[in-house]
Design a protein around this ligand. Sequence first.
Ligand code: CU1
Length: 531
Amino acid sequence: MSHAASHDTHDHHHHELAPFWKRMFTTSNHKDIGSMYLMFAFAMLLTGGAAAMVIRAELMYPGLQLVQPDFFNQMTTVHGLIMVFGAIMPAFTGFANWMVPMMIGAPDMALPRLNLFSFWLLPFAFAILIASVVMSIMGMGPAPNFGWTFYAPLSTTYGPPSTDLFIFSVHLMGISSILGAINVVVTIFNLRAPGMTFMKMPLFVWTWLITAFLLIAVMPVLAGAVTMMLTDRHFGTSFFDAAGGGDPVMFQHIFWFFGHPEVYIMILPSFGIVSAVIPAFARKPLFGYASMVYATASIALLSFVVWAHHMFTTGLPLAGSLFYMYMTMLISVPTGVKVFNWVATMWRGSMTFEVPMLFAIAFVVLFTIGGFSGLMLAITPADYQYQDAYFVVAHFHYVLVSGALFSMFAGAYYWLPKWTGHMYNDTLAKWHFWNSLLSVNLLFFPMHFVGLAGMPRRYADYSQQFADLNFWISIGGFWFGLSQLLFLAVLLTAKKGPKAEDKPWEGAEGLEWTVPSPAPYHTFEVPPVVK
Ligand code: CU1
């Protein structure tokens, strides 16, 4: 009998499941926890989005109309922190929880209880961070106001009291990420089904494995940075204080040693998702599988030796500047390999344009725009002009919004039938795609021009000559924000559609569509009984 032998000792899978809100506290099933990560991330996307709406409302016209400059700084800070640590990273962990076990033929994540613990650190971490904003609105002193990069001495000597809440919050986020990453590594190393060798693993599994190693390498560096901040603030050290023999530029080195690999943490899983979606809707296997694996690994390795491209204007020696410039440019080679492979996968395929494919194609085009502006930023002398201007803001939003976020929409629309057992409302989904596509470009493309013309980032006000473009950027911002409510509508109605077939896309769906997917059995409502 082919009944899953490991479950025979207890009969949990015959139990009626408790409602999801109850299960959230006791489950250790990867699907439940995946859903929890994804829902949490979406809530944070809307929260960080609300901060972005305040920013765009203030910048719609020159002059101050809505908020004071200090509150504006708090908005840019929490917008960045919430989107990076609360929305994008947890969303990818949600995708990993759902898909990695199914893609490698594992019954669950290797460390299921640790998995639940990793998740539950996040609501506390963000409650602490968001509490500082609520306290700021109530007149109890500013929330963190030093930008998501929290450079010393803004965050040390001049950081408001809420900086300590921020430090504690970052520690919790870091623990959650490290534990989650360890879980992914252990799962992939130990729970692959027989025959699932490394070079047969779906690209999403590969990209997440490499991402997990990046997380394990750099999240402790972030923890070190905020701990040094803490001791500088309260225990008399002067790591980042020149008056005591320290160096504020040292803070930037430490921060970006974490921060540059971090941007790959936020994009490598996207490559994996897109590498699953494009073959399915082009009805062809992925072109250049092995080169995709090696390209991902090359990008990850190079990501450790480019950090000072964020610091060209701090007075690096010429040889250093050239090293970081060339290393950064080198990353465009493996990235170009990937874009070539996605296009080659589509080449002469029997393509259809369902919503997951639309988001995936938009990803390839718009992420590439973000890649090219990154290449422009890597040019040391040119960077002197771009540094801290809106061009940088345009660049990383192309990478993270029309890149990372769009890939997650592609993945969500692709796998929703697997996750919910139902087809979503396709009309709503198409509206979501086209509104997002048009608005995201209205929002971020003109930022290149105001940036090249010299408009600095993180300011609440600007000169009259930037007024026209900023008005339209803000219109694009509100439009993009409202468009995401269409995605909320898709999610709320996701189980109302017709039942999904086993392979709803009639294409080259991967292994995850064919493995059996039993109902969650790993819950602690009934303690496991070993006979
Ligand atoms: Cu970087």
